[in-house]
Design a protein around this ligand. Structure first.
Ligand SMILES: Cc1cc2nc3c(=O)[nH]c(=O)nc-3n(C[C@H](O)[C@H](O)[C@H](O)COP(=O)(O)OP(=O)(O)OC[C@H]3O[C@@H](n4cnc5c(N)ncnc54)[C@H](O)[C@@H]3O)c2cc1C
Ligand code: SF4
Length: 557
């Protein structure tokens, strides 16, 4: 009997930036709000690069919603921004601070455990005043329905909860969006995979090696030939006393190239260009990974159904604006807009119209236009096909093309192009901008890096061993539906804690004998899983989150 269930005006699922912004805005407007988070602490399941942006054009910024945010929850402001084009040991660097500062009020480096748990404490205080609060270690496992209408959520650890408004801020692997049929999980080209290392470094060493003060920070981006042709790029961000270093690649490219993603991270970490900063005392605090949606293809233009709204990654709202990645700020905006839509709908006595109002606001405030830029639709239709790519690659790699690159650099055109948000939003998802052009720039214009890398990196086994898990033995959250290598083999390499030649990760490639025949199959052990979501897209699986509080616990994120 659903009448017996506890009822709140609003239930928010997930305490990332999207959920925190939604919950705080709802509660400040007097809406009785409960927030459910599956991690042992907010942020313990989350990974970002990560720079959080406050955009001048955005209707909401995180420090507007949480006063004191920059003082308490972030690492350093980013004051300098560079892109490095790499060809072997030759590197050509451009200063792209101008591009980064366009439409940016500020941008700070963050670590998610610190950021999310600080926000969660504020959210708990604010929502408690409405009769709600924030509960951790509660995994929402479905939508509660009555006569075919969504009326709340079901949880593994609690009785179902009824609500007039359900905010799915449950991130990239949103089970609620999936259940409501609002998320298309089919295509690897709609996703990026991020893999990252948090590297320990005292604050004064960071200041000295990067030539910055305590209140300054740097962002470095990397592309070129160090990734074996995989489309994407690397990043390095300075924190207070650590560095975040990682790669974000198109998932379809990882699959096509059968790339071992931990090797690609190592290729960046051991490149001589990083030696100037890393020195030889390398101490990796955490290895992590997560999938992110490519909003250009995945952002749902109508992210609601009945009382349910999707915000942030759950709605595919993660924007890659060329090399600049913006997901957290859009999650914040969307969370606040959704909350505002419900408050308005309720005040007009039409709470069920909140979803429609939210959709309208996403469009009216220009959020949808940023997430799915019309010029990308046109540019991709023209530029993302094999013939155009082949022609562009051939032209660039010709003597005339190379001369053009040199001329463009001489008049400052390349640096301006890298700094142009206009061009960045229409960058085609082909090898040309990610691999070929940066490599040619490195070859034609680069200087040889003198430093030599001496870092000793941990093995995959050590990386897995250093992570914290509360294992859920006997309760696998992933089931391989088809274990043939053809159906699920891509997961063996694309899983960030598995590798072809390493037997201890999640996915393994095995040859088994059956009835005299040999069969190549995939086997799975989810105990070391970092819950990135990759195999849900590249393999034939049934995928869900582990129970509340179970699975991996990130300490940095
Ligand atoms: C390597 C990498 C680099 C990135 N770099 C940047 C960057 O520099 N700048 C930027 O802005 N963005 C960046 N992003 C993207 C950014 O991290 C995301 O877009 C952002 O975190 C989305 O926020 P969210 O609130 O929608 O979801 P999340 O932050 O994923 O939060 C979802 C929350 O919901 C909880 N949850 C999930 N399911 C359930 C459930 N069933 N029940 C209860 N709780 C649940 C999770 O535990 C989590 O706390 C990067 C991402 C990666 C992986
Ligand atoms: S098993 Fe799947 S979800 Fe877990 S780490 Fe590997 S690819 Fe990611």
């Amino acid at each position: 009997m659903t009448e017996d269930y506890e009822h709140y005006e609003a239930v928010v699922v997930g305490a990332g930036p999207g959920g925190a912004a939604a919950a705080a805005t709802l509660a400040r407007n007097g809406v009785e709000t409960v927030v459910l988070e599956r991690g042992v602490d907010a942020g313990s399941k989350n990974v970002t690069g990560g720079l959080i942006y406050a955009e001048e054009s955005a209707p909401y910024t995180i420090d507007g919603i949480f006063p004191g945010f920059r003082e308490h929850a972030t690492e350093r402001p980013v004051t300098d921004y560079y892109i490095h084009n790499i060809a072997g040991e030759q590197v050509r660097t451009f200063d792209i601070t101008d591009g980064h500062e366009q439409d940016t009020e500020w941008a700070d480096a963050v670590l998610r455990r610190k950021m999310d748990s600080w926000m969660a404490r504020q959210v708990h205080e604010i929502t408690r005043e409405t009769g709600g609060g924030l509960l951790t270690e509660v995994k929402v496992n479905g939508l509660l329905e009555e006569d075919g209408e969504i009326v709340g959520v079901t949880c593994e650890e609690l009785d179902p909860i009824k609500a007039d408004f359900v905010v799915a801020a449950d991130g990239v692997n949103s089970e609620l969006a999936r259940e409501a049929g609002l998320m298309d999980w089919e295509e690897p080209e709609e996703w990026f995979q991020g893999v990252k290392a948090v590297v320990d470094m005292p604050g004064d060493t960071i200041n000295e090696r990067f030539g910055i003060a305590d209140d300054e920070g740097e962002a470095h981006l990397f592309s070129g030939d160090l990734y074996d042709g995989v489309r994407g790029g690397g990043f390095l961000y300075t924190n207070q006393d650590s560095l975040c270093i990682g790669n974000v690649f198109h998932l379809d490219s990882i699959v096509e190239e059968e790339a071992e993603v931990q090797d690609l991270l190592d290729a960046l970490l051991t490149h001589p260009v990083l030696a100037q900063w890393l020195g030889d005392d390398y101490d990796e605090r955490e290895y992590s990974a997560k999938l992110v949606p490519d909003s250009k293809k995945a952002a749902n233009p109508s992210p609601h159904q009945g009382r349910l709204v999707l915000v942030g990654d759950a709605g595919g709202q993660m924007q890659a604006q060329g090399p600049i990645i913006k997901g957290m700020n859009h999650a914040v905006t969307a969370g606040a807009l959704a909350a505002e839509a419900f408050v308005e709908a309720r005040s007009r006595g039409e709470p069920d119209s909140a979803g429609e109002r939210y959709e309208r606001r996403l469009h009216d405030e220009g959020v949808m236009a940023k997430l799915r830029p019309a010029r990308y639709e046109v540019a991709s239709a023209l530029g993302e096909n094999d013939t155009t790519t082949r022609l562009a690659e051939r032209a660039l790699d010709s003597s005339v093309g190379r001369l053009g690159v040199r001329m463009a650099d001489r008049v400052g055109l390349l640096e301006r192009a890298y700094s142009s948000p206009y061009l960045a939003t229409m960058m085609p998802d082909t090898k040309t901008p990610y691999v070929t052009l940066p490599t040619i720039i490195g070859e034609e214009l680069g200087a040889t890096v003198e430093a030599e890398s001496t870092v000793e990196l941990p093995s995959l086994e050590e990386r897995i061993g250093d992570l914290t898990y509360d294992t859920d033995v006997g309760n696998p959250h992933i089931v391989v539906e088809d274990n043939s290598f053809e159906a699920s083999g891509a997961a063996v390499t694309a899983c960030p804690v598995s590798a072809m030649d390493y037997g201890g990760g999640c996915y393994r490639d095995e040859t088994v004998q059956s009835n005299g025949d040999e069969k190549r199959v995939v086997s799975l052990d989810t105990q070391p899983c970092v819950e990135c979501g990759t195999c849900a897209i590249v393999a034939d699986t049934q995928w869900e989150h582990p129970r509340g509080g179970k699975g991996v616990e990130f300490r940095e994120g």
